[in-house]
Design a protein around this ligand. Structure first.
Ligand code: TYD
Ligand code: MG
Length: 452
């Protein structure tokens, strides 16, 4: 069947038009980006048309944007955002289906500290389904306006009428516009619609949440392309246990170090206010070999986490590291340091490392505890109970100082740890447990056992 003459092919990356399909766009050079579109249907880019021309101002004459943060009503979310929702900002929330993105944003929509209205755009669920979730969460939602469509033109008309201060678009994958090509769900549709919504909130002093589904293998080719358009990118992820973590990977208005920790219950998500003991395993008496407790920092909060290490003779010709919660390269480096400075043979062993509760740790302060866990696993000597460990390990075997050691010691003591093994520091008032290198650390931990 012959195609109608009014159809053209448009590059979904740059908007370039051709009368016939091409494998590669002659304008931007991308492959396989041509999609069928009606001729004359927009350029694929925003029409700049009647906008007021931009002007410049002396920097000194401009007032700072202080006080332009709105509390989301959820402390953990505020912390990850760097102190609340910044007005005129766009926040992308990514995560697997079912992790709780819609729940989190509905809870925030209901409790955000603002008098203005919140527009919840639910293109995935019907109004009745959202109402059911709201009932479950105990949300009345007087000031939440709900609209169940993914069509950009309709959403824009509603935004102009309602003038919301917070807009939630759930999800970006279901947004579509007639202007952005005939096929809904393409990257071009998503970018075009997101850009339109972002422009709207920047002009109207509002804030935007864009929800994006991300699949397990991290295939986020779609949402990934939005990351540079938004101000903040947050990922919601689940550990092996019950906890769900909120982490920023990009934040124009704050640090990316903080995490928010939640559990999902009958009444939706609730914050885990004191997470310091969550990643410990309650044990009576002696620890099994291979277990060490690290006092690490997550953002500014000290956490105690149990590291479990196991060494078994290598199954292949090469020793391998199996560690998905701690960077494998770090495990291999610490193992090499142990091998060199303590003459502990690890290069013929497969190394397995796990963290209790499934938390992922990236902080350097975990290294000394990791070394002790590997040593204990390899030698079969258990680390004495109630010892918390922190310190960075250099390649030369030295134990290097870490940040906020006083806070780590305090948290350890609060949780019933009576010994703290760490780098030499003024805050460490147990001189025998302040160690300069890995040899001294191992001696401090195991000398009693060896004597007996
Ligand atoms: P949801 O917010 O729909 O996830 P997403 O938007 O990321 O796809 O949450 C999904 C899961 O949470 C779902 O499996 C049901 C569960 N849930 C609870 O356990 N308790 C609750 O109060 C709510 C609202 C959901
Ligand atoms: Mg959802």
């Amino acid at each position: 069947m012959k195609k109608q003459k009014t159809l053209v092919y448009k590059c979904s990356t740059c908007g370039h038009e051709e009368v016939k399909w091409l494998g590669r766009c002659p304008d931007c050079g991308e492959w396989n980006t041509f999609v069928e579109t009606s001729a004359g249907q927009g350029s694929g880019r925003l029409v700049e048309g009647q906008r007021v021309p931009a002007t410049s101002l002396p920097l000194s004459s401009i007032d700072a944007d202080a006080g332009s943060r709105i509390s989301s009503g959820i402390d953990e979310l505020d912390r990850v955002l760097g102190g609340g929702i910044m007005k005129r900002s766009a926040i992308l929330i990514g995560g697997e289906p079912g992790i709780g993105k819609s729940t989190l944003l509905l809870q925030s929509a209901a409790s955000a500290e603002t008098n203005g209205r919140v527009l919840y755009v639910s293109a995935e669920e019907s109004a009745g389904q959202v109402r059911m979730r709201a009932d479950r969460l105990g949300i009345k939602g007087e000031r939440i306006e709900l609209c169940c469509t993914g069509r950009l033109e309709d959403i824009e008309a509603i935004m102009d009428a309602v003038k919301p201060v917070i807009i939630v678009a759930d999800s970006v994958q279901t947004l579509h516009s007639d202007e952005a090509g005939l096929t809904p769900g393409t990257v071009n549709q998503m970018k075009y619609c997101s850009y339109s919504l972002i422009s709207w909130v920047k002009e109207h002093d509002a804030a935007l949440f864009l929800v994006a589904h991300v699949t397990k293998d991290g295939s986020i080719s779609g949402p990934k392309t939005l990351e540079h358009m938004v101000d903040t990118v947050i990922y919601f992820e689940q550990s092996d246990g019950d906890c769900r973590f909120l982490r920023a990977t990009k934040n124009r208005f704050g640090s990316v170090d903080e995490i928010g920790i939640f559990t999902m219950g009958e009444q939706g998500l609730s914050a885990v206010e004191d997470p310091s003991f969550l990643f410990l395993v309650r044990r009576e008496g002696e620890l099994p070999p291979g277990v060490a407790t690290a006092a690490v920092l997550e953002g500014t909060r000290p956490l105690l986490v149990e590291i479990q290490a196991l060494t078994v003779p290598a199954k292949g010709a090469m020793s391998r590291v199996f560690s998905d919660r701690l960077d494998s390269a770090r495990v291999a480096r610490v193992a090499a340091t142990l091998e060199k400075h303590l003459s502990l043979r690890l290069s013929d062993q497969d190394l397995y490392v796990n963290m209790a509760g499934g938390i992922r740790i990236t902080e350097v302060g975990v290294e000394l505890a990791l070394a002790c866990a590997l040593y204990s696993a390899r030698t079969g000597l258990p680390i004495p109970a109630r010892v918390a460990i922190a310190g960075e390990l250099s390649l030369t075997g030295e134990v290097r100082p870490v940040q906020r050691i006083a806070a780590r010691i305090k948290t350890s003591a609060n949780l019933g740890f009576d010994t703290f093994l760490g780098p030499q520091s003024e805050s460490l008032d147990m001189p025998d447990k302040a160690v300069g290198d890995i040899k001294a650390a191992i001696k401090a931990l195991f000398s009693d056992e060896k004597r007996s």
